[in-house]
Design a binder for this molecule. Structure first.
Ligand code: SAM
Length: 527
C-alpha cells in the first residue's frame, strides 16, 4: 500500500487567485478558470456526480458506453431517451457531456445538495437568467472524473490557444503504455487536464505534473480535488524546467507533438522546427530517470528518405543514452494527409490555405513521411542496451504487464550468448495458439499457411514455417535447445550447423514474443 499522501500542494500558479483573468473573446466557449478555494463545494460536486452515476458504470449502463472520447454527439436523442428514468443523471449528462443548456429549476434539483450558485462560483456553470449554461465538460478516465474544456464542437475548432483537451484517443494510447507498478516519484510533462498524472497517482507515492498552460494546471488541480487525490503537485513551465535537479522513477508525456509550421495551440504545436520538440524531450529524459526507471511518451517524427526504416529517427534520438528502448509504431502519414487531418475542421478557404502552408513547410524541410507512435525507455546505465520495434495495435487494453514482460525478456536476451542459449531448455509460452489454413490439394488438404498468435496484450501474430512448428512441438522444457535443433536437422535433412545458426535466431524471436519461455526465468508481473 502507498504511504499516507501529503496534502495537495497547489502552487501560486494554480490557485484561483493567481490564474490570470482573461477577458473572454467573443468566440471563446471555454471557462476562464475554476475556483479551487471552495474545497467543500468541489467535494459536494464530486459526490453529486458520483451518486448520480456520472460518468461511471451508471451512465455506462444506460448509455451503452463510457462518456468521454467515445460518445457520439449525434446520439444525444438516443441517450436522453435511455436516461429518461434517471432525471438527475440525465441533467448532468446534458450539461457536462453534451453542453446542453438546461432550465434553472432542473439544474437546481440535479445539483442538490450543492447550491446552484455555489456551483456557479466554482466556474462549472453560469446562470444566465432562467437558464444554466455548462462551462466545462466532464469525462471519465480510468474511473476518474476529468473536467476539461468544453467539447461541444470539434476541439480543434476552438479559437483558444490555451484550450484544455479532454480525454483524446492519444490520451488513451499513452495510458496503455505506462507500466503500472508502485514507485516513489513520477513526472507527467504536459499534463493537460491531469489525466495521466492522476491515474499514476494510484501507484506512485508522489507525482509532479507540469504544463506550459496555466489553464491546464488549473483544470488538473481542480480534477485532483474532484477525485480526492492528494499526492500530485502541479508546476508551471516548459519541459524539464520546473523540475530542475530532480529525478524520477517514472516519466510520462503526451507532448504537443504535431509537426507543423504553426504555434496556434499549446496542446498541439510544440513551436519548434519539424520534430525537435519530441527529439529534445526524448534526449533529455535519461538524465532525469533514476536507474531502473521507465519513461513512456507519445511522439511524431519526420523522415527525410523513404529508404529509411520507420524507426530510424527514434534510433538516433536514443543512441548511447544508457536506456533500453521499445519503439512502438502507430501510423505512417503522407505529409499532405497529415496536414489534412490536422486542418480538416477549418472552413474551406482556411483549410486550403493551411494545406498549402503545411505542405510547403514539409517540402522546404525535405520531409517525405511523418510517423507516429510511442517510445518506452528504461534506464540501465551500465548494461548492454537494446532497441526493440513493434507495431502498436489499435486495441485499448493496457499494456502494462506486457511492458514488464518485454523489458525483462529483452534484458535476458541481451545478456545471454548464443552458446548459453543453446544449453538452455525452453517450454512453450502459455496461452498462445497456432492456426493453420488448409487448401484442397490432390484429393486431400495441404497446409497453405501456419500462423502463431501471441498470448499477450500486444496482439502479436506471424507466419511460421513447418520447421519452426516442429521446433515448438519439441520444446518440452526438458531437453536443451541444441538437442532439439539436432533432432530437427536430422528429421528435416538440414545441415546441422545451419540448423543451429538459424534456430538460435528464430528462438530469440519466439522468446521475445512470449511464444517460447526459458525454464529458468521467473516471470515479472505487476505488483
Ligand atoms: C496533447 S496535450 C496532452 C494532455 C494530457 N497529458 C493527455 O495525455 O491527454 C499536450 C500538453 O502539453 C502542454 N505543453 C505544450 N508545450 C509544453 C511545454 N513546452 N512544456 C510542457 N508542457 C507543454 C500543453 O499545454 C498540453 O496540455
Amino acid at each position: 500500500m502507498l504511504a499516507p499522501a501529503p496534502a495537495i500542494d497547489l502552487p501560486e500558479t494554480c490557485s484561483a487567485r493567481s490564474i490570470r483573468t482573461v477577458a473572454m473573446p467573443p468566440n471563446r466557449r471555454t471557462a476562464p478558470s475554476l475556483n479551487l478555494t471552495d474545497r467543500e463545494a468541489i467535494e459536494l460536486f464530486a459526490r453529486v456526480l458520483k451518486q448520480a452515476g456520472y460518468p461511471g458504470p451508471g451512465a455506462q449502463e444506460v448509455l451503452g458506453k463510457e462518456l468521454g472520447v467515445l460518445h457520439r454527439k449525434r446520439d444525444l436523442p438516443l441517450y436522453l431517451r435511455r436516461l429518461s428514468g434517471t432525471p438527475q443523471l440525465k441533467t448532468l449528462v446534458k450539461l457536462f457531456a453534451f453542453q446542453v443548456h438546461v432550465d434553472e429549476k432542473e439544474a437546481r434539483s440535479a445539483f442538490a445538495p450543492l447550491e446552484l450558485e455555489r456551483a456557479a462560483d466554482l466556474g462549472v456553470v453560469r446562470i444566465v437568467s432562467t437558464e444554466v449554461v455548462p462551462l466545462i465538460s466532464i469525462s471519465s478516465f480510468d474511473r476518474l472524473l476529468m473536467a476539461h474544456d468544453r467539447t461541444s464542437t470539434d476541439v480543434r475548432e476552438s479559437a483558444d490557444p490555451e484550450h484544455v483537451l479532454g480525454i483524446s484517443p492519444p490520451t488513451l494510447v499513452l495510458a496503455r503504455l505506462i507500466p503500472r507498478q508502485p514507485v516513489d516519484a513520477a513526472l507527467d510533462i504536459g499534463t493537460g487536464c491531469g489525466a495521466q498524472a492522476l491515474m499514476v497517482a494510484a501507484f506512485c507515492k508522489r507525482v509532479i505534473a507540469t504544463d506550459l498552460n496555466r489553464r491546464a494546471l488549473n483544470f488538473a488541480a481542480f480534477n485532483a480535488l474532484l477525485n480526492d487525490i492528494r499526492n500530485v503537485e502541479f508546476r508551471f513551465g516548459s519541459l524539464f524546467e520546473p523540475v530542475d535537479g530532480e529525478s524520477f522513477d517514472l516519466i510520462i508525456s503526451n507532448p504537443p507533438y504535431v509537426i507543423s509550421p504553426e504555434s496556434s495551440y499549446l496542446f498541439r504545436d510544440g513551436g519548434k522546427s519539424a520534430d525537435s520538440f519530441c527529439s529534445e524531450l526524448i534526449r533529455a529524459i535519461p538524465s532525469r530517470l533514476n536507474e531502473g526507471g521507465f519513461a513512456s511518451t507519445l511522439c511524431n517524427w519526420a523522415r527525410y528518405s523513404k529508404d529509411e526504416h520507420w524507426s530510424g529517427p527514434v534510433r538516433r534520438w536514443v543512441a548511447g543514452n544508457g536506456c533500453d528502448c521499445w519503439a512502438l509504431h502507430g501510423h505512417e502519414h503522407e505529409p499532405i494527409a497529415y496536414a489534412a487531418d490536422w486542418n480538416r475542421h477549418r472552413e474551406s478557404q482556411a483549410y486550403e490555405r493551411a494545406l498549402s502552408e503545411w505542405t510547403e513547410y514539409y517540402q522546404k524541410l525535405g520531409i517525405c513521411t511523418i510517423n507516429s507512435g510511442g517510445v518506452v525507455l528504461r534506464r540501465r546505465q551500465a548494461a548492454k542496451n537494446w532497441f526493440r520495434m513493434d507495431e502498436l495495435t489499435e486495441r485499448v487494453n493496457p499494456l502494462s504487464s506486457a511492458i514488464l514482460r518485454v523489458f525483462q525478456m529483452e534484458n535476458w536476451l541481451a545478456d545471454i550468448s548464443d552458446e548459453e542459449l543453446l544449453a538452455q531448455s525452453f517450454s512453450v509460452g502459455e496461452g498462445h495458439c497456432i492456426t493453420q489454413t488448409l487448401k484442397p490439394s490432390e484429393g486431400d488438404y495441404a497446409i497453405e499457411q501456419m500462423q502463431v498468435h501471441g498470448n499477450d496484450e500486444l496482439g502479436f501474430q506471424a507466419s511460421i514455417d513447418p520447421h519452426t512448428f516442429h521446433l515448438l512441438r519439441r520444446c518440452d522444457g526438458r531437453r536443451p535447445l541444441k538437442d532439439v535443433l539436432a533432432e530437427i536437422s536430422k528429421f528435416a535433412g538440414i545441415d546441422s550447423a545451419i540448423c543451429l545458426q538459424k534456430g538460435v535466431v528464430f528462438v530469440r524471436e519466439l522468446l521475445a514474443h512470449g511464444i517460447l519461455a526459458p525454464c529458468k526465468l521467473q516471470p515479472q508481473t505487476e505488483s
